[in-house]
Design a protein. Structure first.
Length: 322
């Protein structure tokens, strides 16, 4: 019998020792100030220190009845088998007088097992004295101000306005005199200088091609600018030489017009090939080879030269005087 009793006693001690022990949680709560003016911010810091593997935290249901929560942060540190969680709250009071930051429940590993007979673990209550911006607190009253007094001040606004009007009129007068003198000077210069002779369509086209060639757009890979200028030179020559509005026509419109109205010595097929390729370069972002660009440059020159050959006894240089 003594042996059986000893076994029962050992088993009871083993069961009691296996029961989960209450979690140890060291709580430290403090604020950076206890007297504030309404609208000020209060920094509340709560630190929880507990062993690693245990459970000790502040729940998301923590509320501050007489304060507005502006910011919340949590920082965790581990040292020597212990964990320290530091909760930082930024609060602002909503009432005047002495208000309290209420106790906040701290959840531990006991919540999932055995309950604490002494009640839940909470942070201590912290009292804050909230003062108003007006001396006297809630009983303070605003004092009436003195009635406004009339203040007479000398003003020169009317003189400023009149001076501005006179100055503006003087500037306008000077500007008109300057423009009149300049106009008379330009007219005298025009009368004194002889008019420059107008270039024929062929001469103008050849001069434009020479200027374009000197710009060396092909070596600069400026193909879009090159074909745009070549198209303008060709269409302007056709317009002046044959006497119809070719500059404002698209490639399709120009080809249809020339099919219905053939022009002497104008190579329509060669011109169509050039204008079609030019549209690809200008609108479809097609990049030709340098050799092809040089060839198209010479093709435009050949089209203009062929068109300006002897027509009814006239030379290429005076083709526009038909």
């Amino acid at each position: 019998m003594p042996g059986v009793f000893a076994r029962i006693l050992f088993l009871a001690c083993f069961i009691l020792s296996a029961r989960e022990l209450p979690a140890e949680c060291i709580i430290n709560a403090r604020t950076d100030k206890n007297t504030v003016i309404v609208g000020d911010e209060i920094n509340l810091s709560i630190s929880l220190k507990y062993k690693e593997g245990e459970h000790c935290r502040i729940g998301d249901d923590a509320g501050f009845k007489k304060f507005r929560l502006l910011k919340k942060e949590v920082k965790t540190e581990k040292n020597g088998g212990y964990v320290t969680d530091t909760y930082s709250f930024v609060l602002t009071p909503l009432e005047l007088g002495e208000v309290s930051i209420p106790p906040i429940t701290v959840h531990t590993s006991e919540d999932a097992g055995y309950a604490d007979e002494e009640g839940p673990i909470e942070t201590p209550e912290i009292k804050i004295n909230v003062q108003g911006v007006i001396a006297g607190g809630q009983d303070a009253k605003l004092k009436d101000i003195l009635p406004p007094e009339k203040v007479y001040e000398r003003t020169y606004l009317l003189l400023y306005i009149l001076g501005g009007i006179v100055a503006a009129a003087l500037l306008v007068l000077l500007l008109l005199r300057y423009l009149k003198k300049r106009k008379a000077k330009n007219a005298e210069s025009i009368r004194s200088s002889p008019p420059e002779p107008e270039l024929s369509p062929y001469e103008e086209a050849m001069l434009s091609l020479k200027i374009l060639e000197e710009e060396r757009l092909i070596s600069k890979s400026m193909y879009k600018e090159l074909y745009l200028r070549l198209t303008e030179i060709l269409k302007r020559f056709i317009e002046r030489f044959y006497g119809f509005n070719a500059v404002e026509m698209t490639t399709s419109e120009l080809m249809l017009y020339l099919m219905d109205h053939p022009q002497p010595n104008l190579d329509i097929a060669e011109m169509k090939d050039f204008l079609s390729l030019s549209d690809l370069v200008k609108f479809a972002k097609y990049t030709p080879e340098p050799e092809s660009a040089y060839r198209d440059f010479n093709n435009v020159r050949n089209i203009i030269s062929k068109a300006a050959r002897h027509i009814t006894g006239e030379t290429a240089g005076d083709g526009g005087k038909k």
